[in-house]
Ligand binder design. Structure first.
Ligand SMILES: [Zn+2]
Length: 703
């Protein structure tokens, strides 16, 4: 799982819940809130690849292309009450995939045809069974709380955490797992990294302004209410909330920022186990590790040593009772969305409503479908791809990827700022790209996961143990190049720098991204840009630090690396000037963080350029030109509009504020306007005048 730490996805998929809560994407046991409300599932509408009705033609495309392409859609598609963000392409396709998946799950839950269907049908059924969930109350977490109550001394914490994690309760104070060695990606090593805070980012604890002060006050009240709902007295709950806040704040203060976590150089520190013990004398690592089903190891990557120093000091200074409150909170918060309605509702109120602006929970069936996909994705996906992923789609993708690779290769050769030596090295890395399309060649075997119809929390514990052991089993073994980090119905894509591969789940390979029925211009603006985006990740500020084998190694000359950084800084400055959310009440206006979003923005810009080049080739092959008109628009215009309409997005300001801090992707508006203004072919396509906002005199270009 942890080799995924640097993987760059196409977008952060926040299914109406909070965004990924921790930098490593894999550490939190917290699922998205599951709704208690129920509504009859209905088939969602098809999404058009190119929709003239979405345009706002009263807007000049050369002034604000996003508004031009999406204006009418934005006006006519308010955010559904059960969402925090509503993206024309992703959200609608996701709803469609979830609906199709739900049909399988619902049928398997009632009449399973084989053992696999019985397993995922029962898992889904246990999630849907709110009567049992409500009846059980907090009973499912009592065994964990009992073990915490029995803790006699802080020196017993490592053994306690070990025991809880072996039972499938979420990791507490930090991330612990197996990942590829950055310097030698063929090796799998143990890695530990900062973790253990519940708010979406360290800034929520440490930034001193009225906006965050108010959220901290709300968070304290939320914790107090949660402890009370779980049976503690109000006085005790108040004390516990304060203790958790103090611990999480001290942790957050020693956290690396999300921007620093993106830099592989800053999170690579090989320690011997002996030296780790010297770094943290107050934490008995042997007591923590020895009960894990994990082969012996002598050294590991301590990604964030500063955090572990602080954690070590805290083990001495923080009283035992405070630690107990903290670990109790980890369990309660981690399972909140799977517990009885009062706890579920309170968790939703704070994390989804207050922090992200979502008005109401998603219907239960949709949440349980997503939860089953998260838990048993490679079981659920087997039937789903049979029904929803035609083999022809894979063939078309192979061809498109080959075309895009050719364009990127040509683009690299034409770069004015790069020496021949570095161009050769870049071409070598490109030639070593691998690709995965649709779904895994070999499915994971989940047969050891015990699923019980009436035990939703316990089922999730079993899944957590399975996932962790799957991860642990990688230690010392060859890397499995065929492994996937997304499930088949996922509407997303990713590049992994340590695998040096691009990955496209079946879920994204359909309209409006990919449509057999539409013209090439629109397909290249959709899936073409998506492919180009993922390929460019191999050469963004993070990906470019790895070579073709996936090893952290400088393959550029020093001069070229310097020129590269000057160019990426141009992009970082550009996007830092874009507003993510306006000032409101005591919340100041927030701009994007140009360095947090640098990799994604670089990928967006590269993707738009090389997909365009590939389109030119495709049209030439068909004897057509880019100026030919279809339905009143030139091929070039259709390409850019098709691209922009992927990103039409309505979202709550609360969501936008959180995303500006924690999401490495820019919001739709800037994914469109930020990129087209860096690409002169756009200005030409719409006959803009040089100097207009979307066709500026000076622009940024990396690839
Ligand atoms: Zn990306």
């Amino acid at each position: 799982m942890r080799s995924y730490i640097f993987a760059s996805a196409l977008l952060a998929l926040a299914a109406g819940a909070t965004l990924a809560q921790t930098p490593s994407m894999s550490q939190s046991g917290q699922a998205s809130p599951v709704a208690q409300a129920s509504a009859k599932p209905t088939p969602p509408p098809e999404v058009n690849s190119f929709d003239p009705a979405a345009l706002d033609t009263s807007v000049d495309p050369c002034v604000d292309f996003y508004q031009y392409s999406c204006g009418n859609w934005l006006k006519n598609n308010s955010i559904p009450a059960d969402q925090a963000r509503w993206v024309r392409s992703f959200s609608l396709v996701q709803q469609r995939n979830l609906y199709l998946l739900w049909k399988d799950l619902d049928a398997a839950s009632a009449h399973p045809k084989d053992a696999l269907q019985k397993q995922y049908g029962d898992f889904f059924g246990s999630c849907m069974d709110t009567a049992t969930i409500d009846k059980l109350g907090v009973q499912p977490i009592q065994p964990a709380w009992k073990q915490i109550a029995d803790l006699k001394d802080t020196s017993g914490i490592p053994a306690l955490m070990s025991k809880l994690e072996n039972q499938g309760w979420p990791e507490g104070f930090f991330d612990f797992g197996v990942s590829q060695d950055e310097l030698d990606s063929s090796k799998q090593i143990v890695e530990i990294a900062q973790g253990g805070i519940s708010l979406p980012d360290r800034d929520y604890y440490i930034v001193d302004n009225p906006h965050f002060a108010e959220i901290r006050t709300q968070y304290l009240a939320h914790m107090k209410k949660m402890f009370t709902l779980a049976g503690d007295s109000p006085e005790q709950a108040q004390k516990e909330a304060a203790a958790v806040m103090e611990i999480e704040t001290a942790m957050a203060k020693s956290f690396l920022s999300r921007t620093d976590l993106r830099d592989p150089q800053k999170v690579y520190h090989i320690y011997s186990v002996t030296d780790l013990q010297k770094l943290t004398p107050n934490y008995d690592w042997h007591a923590y590790i020895s009960s894990f089903p994990l082969d012996h190891f002598d050294s590991l990557n301590v990604a964030t040593p500063e955090y572990f120093k602080t954690f070590n000091d805290m083990l001495k200074s923080v009283p035992l009772d405070s630690w107990k409150s903290y670990v109790r909170w980890q369990i309660l918060h981690g399972q909140a969305s799977r517990l009885a309605k009062p706890i579920y509702d309170e968790n939703f109120d704070f994390f989804s409503r207050a922090l992200a602006g979502q008005k109401e929970p998603m219907p239960r069936w949709r949440q349980c479908t997503a939860a089953t996909d998260r838990a048993l994705g490679e079981a659920v996906g087997q039937d789903w791809v049979k029904e929803n992923f035609p083999p022809a789609a894979k063939e078309s993708m192979d061809k498109l990827i080959a075309n895009l690779e050719k364009s990127l290769g040509q683009d690299i050769q034409m770069l004015p700022w790069m020496s021949d030596e570095t161009k050769k090295a870049a071409a070598e890395k490109l030639a070593m790209f691998r690709q995965k399309i649709g779904y895994p060649e070999k499915w994971r075997d989940y047969s050891s996961i015990k699923v019980d119809r009436g035990q939703y929390v316990t089922n999730n514990q079993h899944v957590a143990v399975y996932d962790r052991n799957y991860d642990f089993a990688k230690l010392g073994k060859p890397v499995d190049e065929k492994e996937w980090h997304m499930t088949p119905p996922t509407v997303n894509a990713y590049y992994s720098p340590t695998f040096n591969d691009i990955n496209f789940p079946a879920g994204v390979l359909q309209p409006p991204f990919f449509d057999f029925k539409t013209d090439p211009a629109v397909n290249y603006g959709g899936i073409g840009v998506v492919i180009g985006h993922e390929m460019t990740h191999g050469f963004d500020d993070q990906g470019a630090q790895f070579d073709g084998k996936g090893n952290l190694r400088q393959w550029q000359t020093d001069a070229d690396l310097k020129a590269f950084h000057e160019r990426t800084e141009c992009v970082a400055d550009e996007y830092s000037g874009f507003e993510a959310a306006p000032a409101e009440g005591n919340s100041p206006a927030v701009n994007l963080n140009g360095h947090l979003t640098l990799g994604e923005n670089t990928a967006d810009n590269g993707g738009l350029r090389i997909a365009y080049m590939a389109l030119l080739d495709a049209l030439q092959e068909q004897g057509k030109t880019i100026d030919e008109k279809i339905g009143g628009y030139t091929e070039a215009q259709r390409y850019f509009i098709g691209f922009a309409q992927v990103w039409c997005q309505n979202s709550h300001d609360a969501y936008n504020r959180q995303a500006a801090l924690s999401d490495p992707h820019s919001p739709g508006k800037w994914r469109v306007n930020g990129t087209v203004q860096n690409f002169d072919e756009f200005g030409k396509a719409f006959s803009c005048k040089k100097g207009q906002p979307m066709y500026p005199q000076n622009s940024c270009r990396v690839w």
